[in-house]
Design a protein. Sequence first.
Length: 255
Amino acid sequence: MKLRDIFLLMFLVFLLTPGFTRAQVNVKDSALQVSIIYPTYAFSMPGGDMADRFGFSHQIGAGYMLKGKNGWSIAFEGNFIFRDGIKNAGSILSGIMTSDGFIIDGGGVFANVMLLERGFTLWAKVGKLFPVAGPNPNSGILLQLGGGMLQHKIRIEVPGNSAPQLKGDYKKGYDHLCSGPAVSQFIGYQYLGNTRKVNFFAGLEFTEAYTLSRRSYYFNDMMRPDEKRFDLLGSIKIGWYLPLYKKTSQKFYYY
């Protein structure tokens, strides 16, 4: 199963999770400890070494957060990065192109080759909520610091898999797969509605990653890669919270 399919499956599970709006808790008057699951979307712009290869991209993901009564939280999150097209696409496969910039497939005709950006991030995050400008103590300014990893590559697609020079392991010599440790910072606004029907967050996220090439040889450059990269992403990020409020117990007294 592809990573994108895993994220989509998690998203569907979250939407179908029962009971997250039926709890009888008082969101308005007190800070609560609550578990939250959430899907996310981000529009990202690259910086550093990543900007030499890619343009703007999209991210979809999902996560789990445990928010404490004191405003501190921990979260675990994964995001799938994607975009159609890359920068300087002609230079990636120039060694197997004709003088006119085409690739000949196994049938002797021009192959339809698409170069795409693909990647993912995995995070563990610590956050602090400052309950200002909100309808209750569970809403306000949210700050998060995360640690994890970033991976990205050039996905090469040839419909019908008709070009033998881009099949199997040959394709890996051109995809520039890179990964490494990363940190992230998020600043935004968290809203948990009094009626428990509207719950979301929105803000800015910044990612810095120290990545290395994970391939042993680049065919087009005819060299063993020794890339030590500093990749950056700046994102506008939104998400929809699905709080799993605990139901309050019902007590009956008899006299």
